[in-house]
Structures are given as structure tokens and as C-alpha cells.
Design a protein around this ligand. Structure first.
Ligand code: ARG
Length: 457
């Protein structure tokens, strides 16, 4: 492609280090679409003849059909997807192919192709997260009344409902969706026409190419257009944040499925066995989701460090932008799908969860709250009295509501028989009806709103 300037060809090392075709062939659909938009504009503007424009567009369709049928050929001499396509086009239609690259450069071409690819990846993440949210909302609705221990520091804290716990992840997935949506809105400007770095002297119509590729309009600065990879970083940041949520959810399922917890039986379809221990059913899918989040964060780090310190405009370092984005996108899609299946198909052991909620003095706060409400005791003092009651119960190995009234009254005379009604786990969750609290009726309200938002109602 630049034979005119060079006396000898590249060394074997140069060919290998330079070739991006092994990975950027994933951009072929975007590359064809952007070239078709470009040549239609060149034709409309009279920069190439209508006849050449038609021949080139037809040839591009033919190349696309070949790629579809038998994949993109990998010839390192052709470096990347852009030159691979153009060279095949020339073989198919002859010299007219050489007019396609008028008023553009690979710099604005790759910026455009990659934006289109990342935009699709954002849409796919969004669609996957909607499915995850649907699964969460469905299971939360089934378990609005299922009581489990709520934890802080992974120590039993207060009873909550499983529905409430699952709806926490609905909220996280909602923020993830909004991060992808924000990033998409911000990136939806078309760099095509920035050419190598400075724009072009040809009378192009950037509005036309932008519109035909579904962008809101053209980018405003040609230098920024070819050197900006914020859209890829925004995608990776959203993906990394999302993967952290998925990892946390995976971790919950791993803990719940462990024998000492026994809160959940994971679906066989998302578990594996052990080659030596016949009884084992391992939560490998969840563990891999947890592991993949590390790789996705690594992809974000990789591209941040690639971009750091690059002067304007394009530098070849930027060819390395694609592998981390491609890797993160496929890991993220798998992770979202795995957790969607896990949520939808796990068998929750509600009897065991409820029994665990009875342990660990989970309703101690309810005793303190009762003292505040019924005996008008300041909360700090009520906390102290309750601590003494927990200490006594613990020394006897019984639950709080198994302490006889006389013993409770010995700790504080203001305690009456009515306190027992407040100490059940049902009373505890039902009492927490503040907005966003764990009370079953409150959870049902949130589930109902979510179902409407997701178009399930
Ligand atoms: N394969 C290149 C990339 O992905 C295309 C742009 C090449 N531009 C250049 N001036 N060599 O970045």
C-alpha cells in the first residue's frame, strides 16, 4: 500500500508486530458498513462518479458475503481489516476500488469502525442486564416473605427477606444499565471524515455519513476524532463496574451453596462435579464470574495505560485498544448470562434460611427499639440494656425470646410481657417498613414498580 516510498519490505518481526488482522477482523461488519456509508457520500457529493460508487458498493457487498460464508482471511502482509477488505475489493472490481479511500484515512476509519463495535457492545450489555433484572425481580417476588439473616461483616445482623436481598442486585444492575446508556449517548458522534488528522480538502458531507451510520452527528475536532478512545474506556469502566456487581452476586451464591450455610442448591446446569470426590457439586460458573471480574478490570487498566501520555493525534499504540475491549465484552456477556441463569434456576432453601435468621440474636435491635418506643428510653441506654440481655441469653445458650420475663425484668424493670411479640423474626422484618426497608409489603411495592419498569406488567 505504500510501496512507492520504500526500498525494501518489512522484516518478519515488523510484519508480525504490525499485524492486527488476527483480532481486528472482528470489526469486519462495521468496516464494510462504514465504507458503504463513505462511498455513498462520495457519490452523492460528486467526489467519485455515480457509476464508481455503485461498483464499489456492490463489491463491498460481495466481500461481506465472502466473509460471512468463509470468515476473514488472515494475511499479515495486509496488516489489518481495512487493508484486507480494500485489497479483496480491488481483486473483485479492479481499479475503481482505489477510489474508496478518497477523503479518508485508516485513522478515521478505525475510529469509526471501533465506535460502531463498542456501541453494539453497549447495547448488548444493556439487553443482557435487562434479562438479569427480570430474573431478579421474578425471584424477589416469589420470596418477598422468605426470611433470612441479613449480614454486616458477614455476621448475623438483622433478619431481612430474600426478596429484599435480591432486589439490592436489581438496583445495582439498574445503575450499570444507566452507565452504559450514559456512555452510549456521549460517544454517539461520528469521526469519519476527520481523515488522517487534519480533515480533508474534498467537499465531503460529514452529516450524511454520520446519519447513515446512526450517529447523532459528526465529531467537531479532527485531531480529537482520530485520537479519542474515551468511548472504549467509558465502555470498559461501565463493564468493570458491572463485573464487580456480578462478582459480588456470584460470591453470595458461592457462600449460600456451601454446606455450612445450605441456603441454596445451585442449578446442576451451572455446576460441575469433582473427579475425585463423588459427593461434590462445585459452583464453578459463579467462581468463574468472580474470577472474570479480575480480568475485566485488567482490560480497563490495560487500555488506560495504553492511552496515558499519547500526544495528538493517532499513534500506533492505539492499535492495542481492541484486544482488551473484545476480551472484556465476551467475558462480560458470559458473566451476565451465567448469573441470569443462576438467579433464575437456583433452588433457595427457605426453611434453612429462616432457621439461620433465628440464630445469632438477629432481633436484638428490635428489643432495643421496643424499649425506646414502649418505655421511652434513649436509644443508647436501650442498646446497653439489650446487650445485657444478649449476654445472658448467650450464657444460657438460648434465644432472646426464650429468656423468662423475670430475668428480663431483672435487667430492666420496664420490660413487660408485650416485648415477646417484637422479638420474632416475622415481627422484625414487618416492622422495617420505611421506604426501601425489608418489610415484605415494602419489597412487594418495589417488585411491582420494577415489573412495570421492565415491561413485565
Ligand atoms: N490497524 C490500525 C489500528 O487499529 C489502523 C490505523 C492505522 N493507521 C496508521 N496510521 N497506521 O489502529
Amino acid at each position: 500500500m505504500w510501496g512507492g516510498r520504500f526500498a525494501e519490505g518489512p522484516s518478519a518481526i515488523m510484519r508480525e508486530i504490525n499485524a492486527s488482522i488476527p483480532f481486528d477482523k472482528a470489526l469486519w461488519r462495521q468496516d464494510i458498513a462504514a465504507s458503504k456509508a463513505h462511498v455513498a457520500m462520495l457519490g452523492a457529493q460528486g467526489i467519485v462518479t455515480a457509476e464508481d460508487a455503485k461498483t464499489i458498493a456492490g463489491g463491498l457487498d460481495q466481500v461481506a458475503a465472502e466473509y460471512e460464508a468463509s470468515g476473514v482471511p488472515e494475511n499479515w502482509d495486509l496488516e489489518d481489516i481495512h487493508m484486507t477488505t480494500e485489497s479483496r475489493l480491488a481483486e473483485l472490481i479492479g481499479p475503481a476500488a482505489g477510489r474508496l479511500h478518497t477523503a479518508r484515512s485508516r485513522n478515521d476509519q478505525v475510529a469509526t469502525d471501533f465506535r460502531l463495535w463498542v456501541r453494539d457492545a453497549m447495547d448488548q450489555a444493556e439487553a443482557g442486564l435487562v434479562e438479569l433484572q427480570k430474573a431478579l425481580v421474578t425471584r424477589a417476588g416469589e420470596h418477598a416473605d422468605s426470611i433470612m439473616p441479613g449480614f454486616t461483616h458477614l455476621q448475623t445482623a438483622q433478619p431481612v427477606t430474600l426478596g429484599h436481598h435480591l432486589m439490592a442486585y436489581y438496583e445495582m444492575a439498574g445503575r450499570d444499565r444507566s452507565r452504559f446508556a450514559d456512555a452510549r449517548a456521549r460517544m454517539n458522534r461520528c469521526p469519519l471524515g476527520a481523515a488522517a488528522l487534519a480533515g480533508t480538502g474534498f467537499p465531503i458531507d460529514r452529516g450524511m455519513t454520520a446519519a447513515s451510520l446512526g450517529f447523532d452527528g459528526p465529531t467537531n475536532n479532527s485531531l480529537d476524532s482520530v485520537s479519542d478512545r474515551d468511548f472504549a474506556l467509558d465502555y470498559l469502566m461501565a463493564a468493570a463496574q458491572c463485573s464487580l456487581h456480578l462478582s459480588r452476586l456470584a460470591e453470595e451464591f458461592i457462600i449460600w451453596a456451601s454446606q455450612p450455610f445450605g441456603f441454596a442448591a445451585l442449578p446442576d446446569s451451572l455446576s460441575t462435579g469433582s473427579s475425585i470426590m463423588p459427593q461434590k457439586k462445585n459452583p464453578d460458573a459463579a467462581e468463574l464470574v468472580r474470577g472474570h471480574s479480575g480480568r475485566i478490570v485488567g482490560c480497563l487498566t490495560a487500555l488506560m495505560i495504553t492511552m496515558k501520555g499519547l500526544p495528538l493525534a493517532y499513534s500506533k499504540d492505539m492499535q492495542d485498544d481492541k484486544p482488551p475491549v473484545f476480551e472484556a465484552a465476551s467475558l462480560l456477556a458470559l458473566s451476565i448470562a451465567a448469573m441470569t441463569g443462576m438467579v433464575a434456576e437456583t433452588n433457595f432453601r427457605t426453611t434453612r434460611m429462616r432457621a439461620a435468621a433465628e440464630l445469632g440474636y438477629a432481633t436484638a435491635t428490635d428489643l432495643a427499639d421496643w424499649l425506646v418506643r414502649q418505655a421511652n428510653i434513649p436509644f443508647r441506654e436501650a442498646h446497653h440494656i439489650t446487650g445485657a440481655a444478649v449476654k445472658l441469653a448467650e450464657s444460657r445458650g438460648v434465644a432472646l425470646d426464650q429468656l423468662p420475663l423475670a430475668d428480663l425484668q431483672a435487667i430492666d424493670a420496664r420490660i413487660t410481657d408485650a416485648v415477646y411479640a417484637a422479638l420474632s423474626v416475622e415481627a422484625s422484618v414487618a416492622a422495617r417498613a420505611s421506604h426501601g426497608g425489608t418489610a415484605p409489603d415494602e419489597v412487594r411495592k418495589r417488585v411491582a414498580e420494577a415489573r412495570v419498569a421492565l415491561g413485565l406488567e
